[in-house]
Structures are given as structure tokens and as C-alpha cells.
Design a protein around this ligand. Structure first.
Ligand code: SF4
Length: 201
């Protein structure tokens, strides 16, 4: 089973690999794609990309990187659609369409995304975007609900974990109603239960 996995961050990639390996075992031939024009600002983008590269030193999997910072394409894609869920539907679509196109070009059996591990994202919308991209590029979208997977923490130890979804809108949503970040170190808010997203399903 050759699967191209769209990767949103190192932690979700670890969960996705562990979940798919548990199901497919040695039949899984995974390849990754880093393509996230939705992550802002630039230093945050670089932090998350670097975190993935550190993870790959511990769990070597072939990954293609679209390294260019994608602020302008993201803004063009979401122009006039600034509220959830419309904004997120467009965000899922641009990332999954690019992944599907590349998976088809590589001759993979299917494609998927690490976003299916998240308790913060709408799986219903991710699945709809993935299946639509799959129809467009004639390749299967592999959907599984991997929210429950317990990742191998040894591989993820001390790897940077973000505290908001990605775009500047989500950063605002995350911090607008709190001043804790003025008193705590960066990244320390992540485990305090203020979800960026309320799951839609
Ligand atoms: S909140 Fe997350 S999924 Fe929604 S548009 Fe922003 S980065 Fe994309």
C-alpha cells in the first residue's frame, strides 16, 4: 500500500504513521509531503518544518518539502472567506488538492493527511475535501479516524509542538481571550485545553 501522507506537523505525522503501521504493517510504504501555506508567521512556519526534520532523523521516511512560505497563496485562497468553517474548508482543499495531484503523479495507491489525527479539526470537512481532491486527480483518499492513536513519545520527545492551528486567524482565535501568554513561556499554553477548534464531528 503506497500512501502519500500530507504532513501538517511532526506530532501528527508520528500519530499517523503509528496508526497506519498498526493497520497495514509491512504492507505500508509511506511517503510524506510537507505543504502548508496556512502556517504563519514565517518563524512559526520554519519552526514546524524544522520540527519535522528532527522527527525524520528518528524515524526516517521519505518526505518531499515544499519549503516556500505560502502566505500569499493562502491569502488569495481565503480572500473574502475569513470565518470558520468556510476558511478552513478552503484551507483543507488547497493542501489536499496539491497532495492528491502529487500522489497521482507518483503512482501512489492512495493519499491521506495527518490532520485525521487531530481532535481540533473537522474530520467531516477533511474527508469531504480529500474525497473531492481524489475524484479530481483520480486517486483514493484514505480516511481513518486516528484521533485515539497513542504516538511513540520517544520519537517525539522535546520536538516543538505548536499552540495554535496555523493561520493568523487561528492565532487570534487562540490568544484573543487570554493574557496568559504574557506571563508564560512560548508553547506552555498548549496543554491547557483551550482548543483552537471545536470538532464538528
Ligand atoms: S484555522 Fe487551521 S484549518 Fe482553519 S484556515 Fe486556519 S490554518 Fe487552516
Amino acid at each position: 500500500m503506497n500512501v502519500l501522507i500530507h504532513i501538517c506537523c511532526a506530532h501528527c505525522f508520528g500519530k499517523t504513521l503509528d496508526g497506519l503501521r498498526a493497520e497495514f504493517g509491512y504492507q505500508l510504504a509511506a511517503r510524506g509531503l510537507w505543504y502548508n501555506p496556512n502556517i504563519h508567521p514565517l518563524l512559526e512556519y520554519r519552526r514546524r518544518m524544522k520540527a519535522l526534520k528532527v522527527y525524520l532523523e528518528r524515524d526516517p521516511v521519505p518526505v518531499d518539502f515544499v519549503e516556500k512560505y505560502g502566505l500569499i497563496p493562502f491569502c488569495e485562497n481565503t480572500y473574502g472567506h475569513y470565518q470558520k468553517p468556510d476558511r478552513c474548508a478552503r484551507c483543507y482543499a488547497i493542501r489536499l488538492d496539491t497532495t492528491a495531484e502529487r500522489a497521482a503523479a507518483l503512482g501512489m495507491d492512495a493519499f491521506t493527511t495527518t490532520m485525521i489525527t487531530s481532535v481540533h479539526q473537522s474530520h467531516q470537512m477533511i474527508r469531504a475535501a480529500g474525497e473531492e481532491a481524489g475524484r479530481r486527480h483520480k486517486i483514493s483518499f484514505l480516511y481513518r479516524n486516528l484521533r485515539h492513536v497513542e504516538p511513540d513519545e520517544k520519537k517525539l520527545r522535546e520536538i516543538y509542538r505548536q499552540s495554535y492551528c496555523g493561520c493568523v486567524f487561528s492565532e487570534y482565535d487562540r490568544y484573543a481571550s487570554t493574557t496568559k501568554h504574557l506571563y508564560r513561556g512560548e508553547g506552555e499554553l498548549e496543554s491547557e485545553g483551550d482548543d483552537v477548534f471545536t470538532p464538528a464531528d
